[in-house]
Design a protein around this ligand. Structure first.
Ligand code: GRF
Length: 198
């Protein structure tokens, strides 16, 4: 068994977890353990069927499910989630396609160590259906933003952004795929920069 990293990273997912995969692979390829004492120690999902959980398990990473449907309200869900996260004493908590709005208490608890990736060029298109909205607005460019999480949805300091063109005839799916390939680059980059900054 490998030693626990001094700076544990916990990743929260809800779905396919491709950003989570990109982060785990970057952590290994770019030797975050040796360079920064950091490593991904756990992947936690609010959905039992999140595809990414299987991949994380195969990698020997601890996984947990805190099912929001088993909790009466946001407060009790967030309390259970915090308990699962805090068991790992994380230096960073990374939201990677985690599709739940978090309570202000949760956000305050992880202030300074809670990061998200959002599939738009913030401050444009906070919220859902970002790609469809960018196409409908006639945007020529779209993109993604890695940002610190504050209690205001999709706000907080921007750590990294990537831009892609919106091409003639683009569907939301085609644009989403183009943006996602950039997400896989900028999320690890932003996290590595934070780790390097100490
Ligand atoms: C990404 O586009 C992310 O920005 C958004 O949801 C998608 C999740 O993709 N919040 P994945 O689960 O990382 O594959």
């Amino acid at each position: 068994m490998s030693a626990l990293p001094a700076r544990p990273i916990v990743i929260l997912i809800s779905g396919s977890g491709s950003n989570m995969t990109a982060l785990v692979e970057a952590s290994r390829q770019r030797r975050w353990a040796q360079r920064f004492g950091a490593g991904v120690v756990a992947v936690i999902s609010n959905r039992p069927d999140a595809v990414g959980l299987g991949w994380a398990r195969e990698q020997g990473i601890a996984t947990a499910v805190i099912d929001h449907k088993q909790h009466a309200d946001r407060e009790t869900f967030d309390a259970a989630l915090m308990q699962a996260i805090d068991a790992h004493r994380p230096a960073l908590v990374l939201l990677a396609g985690f599709m739940r709005i978090l309570t202000p208490g949760f956000v305050r608890h992880y202030e300074g160590r809670l990061i998200n990736i959002h599939p738009s060029l913030l401050p444009a298109f906070a919220g859902l259906k970002t790609h469809q909205r960018a196409i409908e607005a006639g945007c020529r460019f779209a993109g993604a933003t890695v940002h610190r999480v504050t209690s205001e949805l999709d706000h907080g300091e921007y750590l990294e952004q990537a831009v892609v063109p919106v091409l003639p005839g683009d569907t939301a799916e085609a644009l989403a795929a183009r943006v996602l390939s950039q997400e896989h680059m900028i999320y690890p980059l932003a996290v590595e920069r934070l780790l390097a900054a100490g």
